[in-house]
Design a protein around this ligand. Structure first.
Ligand SMILES: Nc1nc2c(ncn2[C@@H]2O[C@H](COP(=O)(O)OP(=O)(O)OP(=O)(O)O)[C@@H](O)[C@H]2O)c(=O)[nH]1
Ligand SMILES: [Mg+2]
Length: 540
């Protein structure tokens, strides 16, 4: 029997109050954008300003670019891009921040999408010179669909870029999001003096630090003295800010939480400027956890007994320990390390002895967890993305859909003597969702098919098979670009038709692959009785 079941009504009430208080202190959000806008740089700057790391870019990537706390994988460091999302948990003021840095590249969008199932808000980064880019637009649509409030950050303001008002117009005109700037640049992109804090009506002067490695000192100057400090640039900022107010572009909580408006901040993540303001905005304005709907649409409120769902599985984080971490987002309640939960998919007990708090590649022992927390569950081989864990009162959260793969390759072990490593490696990549693994009797176990949303996933899979899983593979392209779900009773018939092939995913779902949309159309015309179902499109 658990402590909860023994609790008297009075202790239950105080426990619920404690859970509500702890939940209210959590801020759980993702940083999203098109590749290269500066998400990982900003993530590191946030950790630096929250004083959980002392120097940004302490280690250097191969390409001469510094690596960040979130880009710890060898491939990420070498290429300077994020290929997998990273979680960081740290305290700031009286809050606990759970930050998820996501990869921007479309090929890894399934990972980003999974992260977006686990957050209460998103920080949408925009490169000041580039404005809204395609992947940012797609991710915005995902947030909109899921009702995730967005804080907009215009980054790289230290470099020449577009006019701030023009960027506000672009956001409004293209995605219908009303922008409500909280800060406003003093000076243009590439030649900026700092920002105006529009709510406090003061000037925050930009001070350059060497290479942006340390937190920039902040100088706050009262509005009356700002002209003397920044000259005409301050007057321009004041005029523009008045224009914004006249236009209804002042912060509004209801429309922000409703996803209709977005507070905006201007930053230079690389030079650590504007980062404190973002941390404060996250604490003051971003929503705290509010529970989540289960598969039947019933809401599990934060004060309910413990519940969480797994949104990501990651291995190879530490080459000296071949471990595997399942990342779970706590929806309700609390547990203490060692408490026993239930794994909803199997009904089996799940011991939390190996629960960890995650900070990029580093981990530390976790003593307790509260609503909003992202926790790492080590060596939990049974856990898959989408799985629910609960305590006392059963709950099942909705499954996390897999994206429809559009690229397919046969994988074969290069070294036949490494058959065992090959099988184990493939299983590992499959569980993490690095690629989906498809099989058929015809192809056999030695030649599974990798299915991916984007081709870069194959590179990651091949790289990890060779380096971390000791089973190098050769990959051979298959001429398919479309997958549909087929009912098992139709599979044999479908498999006999020309230019399509039926394969089975590890979860038992059967997919039929077609080479072109026309082949699919032709098939459906010729076989109107066979029902094929679509998977979730990567477009979100
Ligand atoms: N000048 C300038 N460069 C920046 C700024 N922020 C990031 N960068 C640079 O932009 C490049 C990309 O930064 P990342 O932080 O890796 O971008 P990302 O959004 O995480 O990219 P992906 O994870 O691949 O989607 C790096 O070279 C950074 O140093 C900034 O504020 N100013
Ligand atoms: Mg990144």
């Amino acid at each position: 029997m658990t402590d909860n079941a023994l609790a008297t009504p009075a202790t239950k009430t105080s426990q619920a109050a404690k859970i509500a208080t702890e939940g209210a202190r959590r801020r759980t959000f993702a940083v999203i954008s098109h590749p290269d806008a500066g998400k990982s740089t900003l993530t590191e700057a946030l950790a630096l300003h929250a004083r959980v790391i002392t120097e940004a870019g302490a280690t250097h990537g191969k390409a001469g670019r510094r690596s960040t706390v979130s880009d710890w994988m060898e491939m990420e460091k070498a290429r300077g891009i994020s290929i997998t999302s990273t979680a960081l948990q740290f305290p700031y003021r009286d809050c606990v921040i759970n930050l998820l840095d996501t990869p921007g590249h479309a090929d890894f969008s399934e990972d980003t999408y999974r992260v977006l199932t686990a957050v209460d808000a998103a920080v949408m980064l925009i490169d000041a010179a580039k404005g809204l880019e395609p992947q940012t637009l797609k991710l915005f649509q995902v947030c909109k669909h899921r009702g995730i409030p967005i804080i907009t950050v215009i980054n790289k303001w230290d470099r020449p870029g577009r006019h701030a008002l023009e960027l506000m117009d672009e956001i409004h005109d293209r995605i219908g999001l009303r922008t409500t700037p909280l800060t406003w640049p003093v000076g243009i992109a590439g030649d900026f003096k700092g920002v105006m804090d529009r709510r406090a009506n003061k000037f925050i002067r930009f001070t350059r630090t060497a290479g942006g490695a340390t937190a920039a000192p902040e100088e706050h100057i009262l509005a009356d003295d700002a002209h003397a400090a920044a000259g005409d640039d301050w007057d321009t900022a004041v005029e523009e800010s008045e224009l914004l107010s006249a236009d209804g572009s002042d912060y509004d909580r209801d429309t922000f939480l409703g996803g209709e408006s977005s507070p905006v901040l201007f930053t230079s993540a690389a030079l650590n400027f504007g980062v404190n303001q973002l941390l404060d905005v996250l604490v003051e304005l971003a929503p705290a956890p509010t529970g989540a709907a289960d598969v039947d649409g019933v809401r599990r409120v934060v004060e309910s007994p413990f519940s969480a769902f797994v949104f990501k599985v990651q291995a190879g984080m530490d080459s000296s320990h071949r471990d595997r971490i399942a990342y779970a987002r706590v929806v309700s309640g609390t547990f203490e390390r060692g408490d026993v939960l239930t794994h909803a998919a199997t009904g089996k007990p799940f011991v939390t002895k190996y629960a960890q708090s995650v900070f990029g590649q580093q981990r530390s022992t976790l003593d307790d967890a509260w609503p909003g927390d992202v926790i790492g569950l080590a060596n939990a081989a049974v856990l898959r993305p989408g799985d629910t864990l609960y305590r006392d009162v059963p709950v099942h959260f909705p499954p996390i859909p897999s994206f429809s793969p559009e690229h397919f390759m046969v994988a074969r072990g290069k070294d036949p003597s490494k058959h065992k490593q090959f099988r184990r490696g493939i299983e590992q990549l499959d569980q993490e969702g690095v690629v989906q693994v498809l099989r058929s009797d015809k192809r056999g176990d030695q030649a599974p098919v990798f299915a991916a949303v984007g081709p870069m996933q194959f590179e990651v899979a091949a790289h990890r098979m060779a380096t971390e899983l000791s089973a190098p593979v050769s990959l051979e392209s298959l001429p398919y670009q479309i997958a549909r779900i087929v009912d098992p009773e139709d599979a044999e018939f479908v498999n006999r038709q020309v230019s399509c092939e039926v394969l089975t995913r590890t979860d038992g779902v059967m997919l039929v692959l077609f080479s072109t949309p026309w082949r699919l159309e032709g098939f459906q015309r010729d076989n109107p009785d066979i029902k094929l179902r679509s998977l979730v499109a990567a477009e979100g």
